[in-house]
Ligand binder design. Structure first.
Ligand code: GRF
Length: 215
């Protein structure tokens, strides 16, 4: 069966990109990374180069209007025959025309259990709020920031004495499991959106709950 032609958009170190590359390299994985796009010479592009995935830099500074930047991204995606777009630490807001055009074919990963802590500084805010669990969310992108139907979430405990870096590292490990899982489920055609909620056919069942502290 044809693999889903996927693009990953990055701005930074690209550890989620690396996890997606590793997943796609596995025999029988239903997606292929056909393009990595960045808005600047991001460090993470090295992962794509090593894996011989085509890369393109579309510098946002070259465009006075966001719509023109979005159109340049869109052109690059179309030229590569991309069917699904994964945002992975892409630090530019995409305009509503782009988001509407890629509706249910554009996903993002966010380092919190949405709808808690959208936006920046999620780990500092989780620590300040004193939550017992935080985690990450892979979701379809809508026009609101960090908003949209949730596909996969992974929860991690917040431990006594954690600082922001501890929590970020624990969540990042979970991200590297959650994003490949979401990509696999979407690419296998198991994911549908109805009434702005995701239904998943055939996903493995989790345990009944996560308890922190454990008893
Ligand atoms: C991740 O924490 C992701 O959830 C957020 O940006 C970060 C990107 O990290 N959207 P990396 O570039 O994938 O290492």
């Amino acid at each position: 069966m044809a693999r889903l032609k996927t693009a990953v958009l990055i701005s930074g170190r690209g550890s989620n990109l690396e996890a997606l590359i590793a997943a796609c390299a596995k025999r029988g994985f239903p997606a292929e990374l056909a393009l990595v796009l960045a808005n600047r010479p991001a460090k993470g592009l090295d992962h794509a180069k090593r894996a011989k995935i085509p890369i393109k830099i579309v510098p946002h500074r070259d465009f006075a209007e966001r719509a023109d930047f979005d159109a340049a991204l869109d052109n690059a995606l179309s030229a590569a025959g991309i069917e699904l777009v994964c945002l992975a630490g892409f630090m530019r807001l995409l305009g509503s025309a782009f988001v509407r055009r890629w509706r249910d074919r554009l996903v993002n990963i966010h380092p919190s259990l949405l709808p808690a802590f959208p936006g920046l500084d999620t780990h500092a805010r989780a620590l300040k709020a004193g939550v017992r669990f935080t985690g990450c969310t892979v979701h379809f992108v809508r026009e609101g920031m960090d908003d949209g139907p949730i596909i996969v979430q992974a929860a991690v405990p917040v431990l006594q004495g954690d600082d922001e870096a501890d929590l970020a590292a624990r969540v990042l490990k979970a991200e590297h499991r959650a994003y490949p899982l979401a990509l696999r489920l979407i690419s296998e055609g198991c994911v549908t959106v109805a009434d702005e909620r995701v239904a998943i056919k055939g996903a493995a069942k989790p345990g009944p709950f996560l308890l922190n502290p454990s008893d």
